[in-house]
Write a protein that binds this ligand. Structure first.
Ligand code: SF4
Ligand code: SF4
Length: 415
């Protein structure tokens, strides 16, 4: 059976990637985007969870995980990412396919050129929109377009990225990989003698027919027989080209995926792989632990200042007022109960207790605490405010704020 060419395999991967990236923003979990960073509220919606910017350590862990993951991937698989998944390569391949489509029309050359540019521009607009959808819900954006109410920032960003992507696809494409891409530059520093690379099999160099098919097929315009070069984007076109020269023969093509140089299999421990794997596993465990112990709510209490004590009619009770911010960080409504401890017989008054908070919202509220004078030993006593989720009592947070009173002299002076 004829084996599938690398071009076909890469095309399948590119379409799957396009379907995933275009479709993901449309998937909703608990009524919110599966994956989106909401700029106005600075929240990350992540498959049914919502991370608030105040939980920035999650973002740091995710960043570290990806950074170390990329290093490990590079040590193991070299430039595999560049040829198979990098958006620059995938978009360049789609652009070439669109140009090929336009050139198939039997029209004057100028019309074909115009058609090709129109297709590229439309493609750029779609790609830019899919990028924006990771920041603005596609449902909201499409509704705003229909109603002609698209915000200036959203429209401006869409326009900016459309133009940028169009210029990239029309004039830069793979030149980016050889000239600007920082990843291409630092990759070589991570390679060891067992990294997966596309290479020419030097052990069989005498079998080369010098047909130059590999060079002609190379979009980067290099000769892989000269060894690994920074311009190589790992597209595997040269493997297919050499394979065609060896069609019907029992010998394998001279170009292929190798670990290390040539066809010699490399063995032995790899210090970088072991070190990076341990670091990656540590961050993954830390992240999983943080997710596990994460409490999907938070609250802050501030004693209202300036504020003197206030005696109430309630047989010598003293009242302090507090402001609170309560956040429900889950995508489900939550019923919360507030209580206090730290002072004997302290009475708490809020607008409603327990109270309901809609999903993914925060409220500001007032709380008033009444304490009998005889139960106060010091002028300032730490009060503990406890917020519990009524449905699952183990979800609770405690915050402290002072309860303060002052005596007044007959002249009204506070002491
Ligand atoms: S040498 Fe050229 S054709 Fe071969 S993988 Fe690299 S960029 Fe592609
Ligand atoms: S395609 Fe294969 S046989 Fe032809 S020049 Fe390149 S390596 Fe040699």
């Amino acid at each position: 059976m004829k084996t599938m060419t690398f071009r076909t395999r890469r095309t399948i991967v590119a379409w799957l990637q396009a379907a995933l990236l275009l479709g993901l923003p449309f998937i909703r979990v608990h009524g919110e985007s599966a994956l989106r960073f909401d700029v106005p509220s600075l929240k990350l919606y992540f498959f049914g969870s919502v991370l608030w910017i105040s939980e920035a350590y999650f973002f740091l862990l995710v960043f570290l995980f990806f950074f170390i993951g990329i290093m490990l991937f590079t040590v193991l698989y070299g430039r595999f990412w560049c040829g198979w998944a990098c958006p620059q390569t995938v978009l360049s391949d789609f652009s070439t396919a669109l140009e090929r489509l336009a050139s198939g029309f039997k029209t004057p050359r100028l019309v074909r050129l115009g058609l090709s540019q129109a297709l590229l521009a439309s493609f750029s607009i779609i790609v830019a929109a899919s990028l924006i959808w990771y920041f603005v819900s596609p449902y909201d954006m499409l509704a705003d377009i229909t109603d002609n109410t698209l915000g200036t920032w959203t429209f401006g960003s869409w326009l900016f990225f459309s133009v940028l992507i169009y210029l990239d696809l029309a004039f830069v494409r793979r030149k980016f990989c050889a000239t600007v891409c920082p990843y291409a530059r630092f990759q070589s520093a991570f390679f060891d003698d067992k990294t997966l690379t596309i290479a020419f099999d030097r052990a069989r160099a005498e079998e080369c027919q010098d047909c130059w098919a590999c060079v002609r097929s190379c979009p980067a315009g290099i000769d892989i027989r000269d060894g690994l070069q920074v311009e190589c984007i790992n597209c595997a076109e040269c493997i297919d080209a050499c394979g065609r020269q060896f069609e019907g023969k029992t010998n394998a093509p001279l170009i292929g995926y190798f670990r290390g140089s040539g066809s010699s299999v490399q063995t032995g421990a790899r210090v970088r792989v072991v070190g990076l794997s341990i670091a990656l596993a540590f961050i993954a465990v830390l992240f999983a632990h943080q997710i596990y112990v994460r409490v999907p709510m938070d609250f802050w209490v501030f004693r209202d200042e300036p504020q003197s004590f206030r005696k109430t009619d309630d047989a010598g009770s003293i009242m302090n007022a507090y402001s609170m911010i309560v956040e429900n960080r889950s995508l489900n409504p939550g019923v919360f109960q507030l209580s206090i401890s730290g002072v004997k017989d302290a009475k708490l008054v809020v607008f409603s207790n327990p109270f309901l908070l809609p999903p993914d919202t925060s409220i500001k509220m007032k709380a008033y605490v009444f304490v009998k004078r005889k139960n106060l030993t010091y002028r300032a006593t730490q009060l503990r405010f406890i917020l519990e989720n009524v449905e699952s009592r183990e979800i609770r947070i405690e915050q402290e704020a002072p309860f303060i009173y002052q005596e007044q002299t007959e002249q009204g002076r506070e002491i």
